[in-house]
Design a protein around this ligand. Structure first.
Ligand code: SF4
Length: 555
């Protein structure tokens, strides 16, 4: 089975020490990316660690595919204990940093400890440098990347940076790369902030070689030539369909369609797109550099989730307003999905839907933890009672845009996912709209056969996150192609994904997270959900309370 290579580099940012460890055995069983990082974190992060304490570890990993130049491989994984969900969480960013991380020659790079001074950690194949940067305290993402480019000649492609939100330990702070791509969900920016690490840079000439196979070439060619709506509209392409199906969360989840959808849908975004955008080597190029010259707003996106959170869910029907919210989140280093949903909760509490000036002021206040922003920075799960609104989160992760009350398999996924109410953990929505071939599709309503399919999809997504392969490759990757690319049986590859999911669950169990947390705010609307959850546990080989028996713990 193809897997990542190179040792683990452990960096203690407090002690300013580094240690290299051979991790070949882990790589052979967990491929790379999320799988390897999860196995390492499971071993090395204490079960009772404080997510914002020095004992937490942020583990950056690529997979074997980052040594290729295949489309859909410009992605990088970061894993740590999440300050938002309080469980083990992996987040995955696009951009270009994956190739530079691979070029260090390390299979995994982890940051442990906590520095007394604000530092940038430069990781190269010939050593690690700690650069004290007190003057960058409070700097935005673009100010930090500007410093690195001007003073250190390090391009933003090679960086992972936090903004003020990370420094202020906002529970949904992101880590940014190339200024616009995010390790978005779960607050990993706050993990770096708690370690006093403003940025990590990667570089070298020690990338492992990988001959590009005929299969990879075929995929690359198809990605370049396929006429696909995502190339024009990104993920917002699905917004009209969701709205027509009564599945577009609006006004803080109180409604499921939005009268102003035409102002924020795929066509509205496409109108503002001014050039092609992509990740490293990816010919699919689904990214959305957007600009509105009249108002002087320039950003990348918004994608569907952000168009929902800062658009329909906040009562905003102007794509340029949403672009500005997106831009501000990128600058401050905030997960734009959680920021938008949390602000929507506040707008609901204050009856202020559609107030764009208030929205932008709140983004700033959250990033600075100023006034009410200090409360909102804790996320919906922790503050909904203070606001007097419903708890639209699972395991403290606020909901993604794909509506579980419409797409019941997606609801099941939101309930049981180790990462909480996040859409990318299984991407079940793609089966139910559907966005896949008819033979692969399932009816949105009901749970018949969905627990089985969910297990399969979670395992497949864990495989993608370990590869690392972008999940938007779904129209191009077949079981046969996975087998050819990874030199292993498809079932064997899915088994590696299953081991990763179970390890995450076991770690979270040891922190007190179990079946009682696999709950939805609208479960009374979904008859059959409890039985589907029971089936899911059984198929996974877990106990009926959602815990992992020690006998099922993978090596
Ligand atoms: S499909 Fe889109 S998000 Fe995925 S690697 Fe390609 S450009 Fe990046």
């Amino acid at each position: 089975m193809l897997h990542s290579t190179g040792p683990l580099l452990s960096i203690d940012v407090g002690e300013r020490t580094t240690v290299e460890t051979d991790i070949t055995e882990v790589q052979e069983r967990y491929i790379g990316g999320r799988g390897v990082a999860t196995r390492l974190a499971h071993e090395r992060v204490p079960f009772d660690a404080d997510p914002l304490g020095p004992e937490n570890r942020a583990v950056f990993t690529t997979g074997p595919m980052q040594a290729s130049q295949m489309s859909f491989t410009g992605r990088t994984n970061c894993t740590a204990l999440s300050p938002l969900t309080d469980g083990l969480l992996s987040s995955n960013a696009g951009g270009f940093v994956s190739r530079h991380l691979a070029a260090t020659g390390y299979g995994a790079i982890e940051l442990a400890g906590a520095s007394d001074d604000l530092v940038i950690v430069h990781v190269r194949d010939d050593g690690v440098e700690f650069e004290a940067v007190p003057d960058l305290a409070g700097a935005t993402v673009s100010e930090t990347t500007g410093y690195l480019e001007d003073e250190r000649d390090i391009s933003s492609d090679r960086t992972a940076v936090i903004g003020p939100a990370g420094e202020n330990e906002v529970r949904f702070a992101s880590i940014m790369t190339t200024e616009e791509r995010a390790f978005g969900r779960g607050g990993l920016g706050a993990v770096l902030g708690a370690k006093n690490v403003k940025a990590v840079t990667f570089g070298g000439d020690s990338a492992p070689g990988l001959e590009i196979s005929a299969t990879a070439n075929e995929i690359h060619r198809e990605a370049a030539t396929e006429d696909h709506i995502m190339k024009e509209q990104g993920t917002v392409a699905v917004m009209d369909l969701a709205n027509e199906m009564d599945g577009l969360p609006s006004y803080y989840f109180s409604e499921r369609s939005f009268a102003g959808v035409e102002g924020i849908n795929g066509a509205a975004v496409a109108e503002k797109k001014y050039k092609k955008g992509t990740c490293s080597a990816c010919a699919f190029a689904c990214k959305l550099p957007t600009r509105d010259e009249a108002r002087g707003v320039e950003t990348e996106g918004p994608e569907f989730e952000v168009a929902m959170a800062f658009g329909s869910n906040s009562g905003v029907d102007d794509i340029v307003d949403v672009m500005e919210s997106n831009r501000l989140c990128d600058e401050y280093g905030l997960d734009a999905i959680s920021a938008g949903n949390t602000i929507a909760a506040y707008l609901a509490a204050e009856d202020e839907f559609g107030n764009r000036e208030l929205i932008w002021d709140l983004v700033d206040k959250i990033a600075q933890r100023d006034g009410v922003g200090d409360t909102l920075a804790e996320g919906i799960g922790r503050i909904h009672e203070d606001l007097g609104v419903g708890n639209w989160s699972v395991k403290n992760m606020d909901f993604a845009a794909h509506e579980g009350r419409l797409l019941h398999g997606q609801a099941l996924s939101y309930a049981v996912a180790n990462r909480g109410a996040d859409h990318m953990y299984a991407t079940f929505y793609s089966v139910e709209y559907p966005l896949v071939e008819e033979a692969e599709a399932m009816e949105p309503a009901g749970f018949e056969g969905k627990a089985d399919r969910l297990v399969e999809r979670e395992n497949l997504m864990a495989l993608n996150d370990s590869g690392v392969v972008c999940k938007f490759s779904r129209d191009f990757m077949t079981p046969e192609r996975y087998e050819l690319l990874f030199d292993a049986d498809f079932e064997e590859l899915l088994a590696a994904g299953a081991r990763t999911v179970t390890l995450e669950r076991h770690f979270n169990n040891r922190r007190g997270i179990d079946g009682d947390d696999d709950r939805l705010p609208y479960e009374e609307e979904l008859p059959g959900l409890d039985d589907a959850i029971d089936s899911y546990y059984e198929l996974r080989g877990w106990n009926d309370d959602g815990t992992v028996p020690e006998s099922a713990l993978p090596a």
